[in-house]
Write a protein that binds this ligand. Sequence first.
Ligand code: SF4
Length: 210
Amino acid sequence: MKSEIANLKSEIFSLPVMEHFYTIQGEGYHQGKAAYFIRLGGCDVGCVWCDVKESWDAEKHPKYEIGNLKAEVLKTPAEIVVITGGEPLMHNLEELTKELQAAGLKTNIETSGAHPLSGSWDWICLSPKKFKAPLPEIIPLANELKIVVFNKSDFDWAEKNAALVRPNCELFLQPEWSKVKEMTPSIIEYVKYNPKWKVSLQIHKYMNIP
Ligand code: SF4
């Protein structure tokens, strides 16, 4: 019993971190704003085009105490912390977000929505993936819906999800990086004819920053 409690505590108070860094949010609604990124290890969604496959195995990433992570963030002038992955909701994020918000920081998450929501969020960016669909209860909580467009069938996937978000949810179509030349013209045309959507480009990749 004692060891089970110790394990549970360790899962809540420490998290596998692949990388953490202060940079500029390159995509979506908060594009262009300074933000501290915490990329957690672990993902079971399995996108074929994933550009962070090294994040998938949580065991490969060192566990960080939440207090130490917070201290790293507070060494910077960051106002926003983006929790990403991997799929960050594979972990219990209650304690992390409680600590960050107590320090006056805004908590933003980028998630596929494939696991139950935990944590307290100032902004939820839902980026649902066909490879493992989002949980229905998460979709109406999204502040932002960001669809990665790899091929033209992703426009149908985008509309299917947009029909389920709340009315004021921000809608973005973003070309998958390896298909940026091929898909950007289609996205531009799609947005021109469907102006509820906006284009999201990964500007951090153009600026050569993490
Ligand atoms: S959800 Fe994100 S981290 Fe997971 S496989 Fe898809 S792109 Fe990669």
